[in-house]
Design a protein around this ligand. Structure first.
Ligand SMILES: [Zn+2]
Length: 86
């Protein structure tokens, strides 16, 4: 059986998920595609309204993890649509 996670063909470990996606589920983070090797994380500094940080703290969320999730989802959607028409 292969993993039911997004864009994943790894073997199932538990709950229909591979080890990496199962750990995402255990941690309670979004089930997201596994980053390809050779696609390292690089630092990014952004400025956001203070109210956004307050809301993230109230929700017990890490601003950097949420920002990465949002940006990765944007990139994933963009990659599915193909290049923008100019
Ligand atoms: Zn998987």
């Amino acid at each position: 059986m292969t993993c039911t996670g997004p864009k994943c063909s790894r073997p199932v470990v538990a709950f229909g998920l591979c080890g990496t996606h199962y750990m995402q589920r255990v941690r309670g983070t979004a089930i997201r595609p596994i980053r390809e090797r050779g696609d390292p994380l690089v630092p990014l500094t952004i400025r956001v309204p203070k109210s956004v940080l307050t809301a993230l703290a109230a929700a017990g969320q890490s601003p950097s993890v949420v920002a990465r999730d949002v940006l990765e989802r944007w990139e994933s959607r963009r990659a599915k649509r193909g290049p923008a028409l100019s």
